[in-house]
Design a protein around this ligand. Structure first.
Ligand code: ADP
Ligand code: MG
Length: 279
């Protein structure tokens, strides 16, 4: 049953932060599963050679499996690389294999190297499958893979870990998004910031949350993701936390964050110059 609003246009979202371990992959798969459980049709594109999103979604990703790598270098179509996820009947995934590790270098010499993913995931493909959301999980770098993810969408969601050095590198990410907006994709903007691994018992987490809210304002999702053992255990079972323990605090937090993301809609930039979505 459809219990969250279906977007008028498919929403295309890249989850990015060049810092590793901030919750990009965890947020990708759990937001995707949360939207899918509400009847929305969701595609996850795994662009990290580690393939952790593919693992959590129960999708085959041994080396040689048709994946985002073949898609980027033009050796297969999106239809050929797409697999159903075991997580939910409405959820699909284009997996990543270790073959993707060499792609940053291989892409350099290819035509339209910044738009390979956008070209392969054309509107025709999205419309044919009637996807409501496409969510792309990025590697922890700002190289050509992440650039390809950024030209294939209009929305960026930045997870920020409520820890020391939370904002380290975020300035650089913002500058990159501004440059991409100027030169490669005029539609690109930050439509959400998600605070992850929030531990309400520490002053530090509260300080980080306050700082991020003061700095970024309304674009920050009100729902924070708590640090929870269940969230970190789920991938070990090839599952999202939504399947692994739907009643856990972590699962509920992702369900709430997904609901917020879906009901408030896109946050468009207030002016031409900045990438930050405001309402
Ligand atoms: P990234 O994709 O940004 O590198 P991950 O999503 O892989 O980050 O998360 C890094 C690690 O932190 C993983 O081991 C993951 O299971 C764990 N983790 C992520 N979110 C949470 C959370 N809310 N509570 C506990 N552990 C988490
Ligand atoms: Mg990751």
């Amino acid at each position: 049953s459809l219990t969250l609003p279906k977007p008028k246009e498919p929403r295309l979202i890249t989850i990015a932060n060049q810092k590793g371990g901030v919750g990009k992959t965890t947020s990708t798969v759990n937001l995707a599963a949360s939207l899918a459980i509400h009847g929305l049709k969701v595609l996850v594109v795994d662009l990290d050679p580690q393939g952790n999103a593919s693992t959590a979604l129960g999708v085959e990703h041994r080396s040689g499996t048709l994946s985002s790598y073949e898609l980027l270098i033009g050796e297969c179509t999106a239809d050929e690389a797409m697999q159903p996820s075991t997580a939910n009947e409405n959820l699909f995934c284009i997996p990543a294999t270790l073959d993707l590790a060499g792609a940053e270098i291989e892409l350099v010499s290819l035509v339209r190297r910044e738009y390979r993913l956008a070209d392969a995931l054309g509107r025709e493909f999205i419309d044919k499958h009637d996807f409501d959301y496409m969510i792309i999980d990025c590697p922890p770098s700002l190289g050509l893979l992440t650039i390809n993810a950024m030209t294939a969408v209009n929305e960026v969601l930045i997870p920020i870990q409520c820890e020391y050095y939370a904002l380290e590198g975020v300035g650089q990410l913002l500058n990159n998004i501004t440059m991409l907006r100027q030169h490669l994709n005029r539609q690109l903007h930050i439509s959400a910031i998600l605070l992850t691994m929030y531990d309400a018992r520490t002053n530090l987490a509260e300080q980080v949350a306050t700082e991020v809210n003061d700095h970024f304002g309304d674009v920050v999702l009100g729902n924070k993701i708590p640090r929870s053992v269940k969230v970190s255990e789920a991938p070990g079972y090839g599952q999202t936390v939504i399947e692994y323990d739907p009643g856990s605090r972590g699962a509920m937090a992702y369900l709430d964050a997904a609901k917020e993301l879906a009901t408030r809609g896109d946050y468009l930039p207030s002016d031409e110059s900045g990438p930050i979505g405001l309402k």
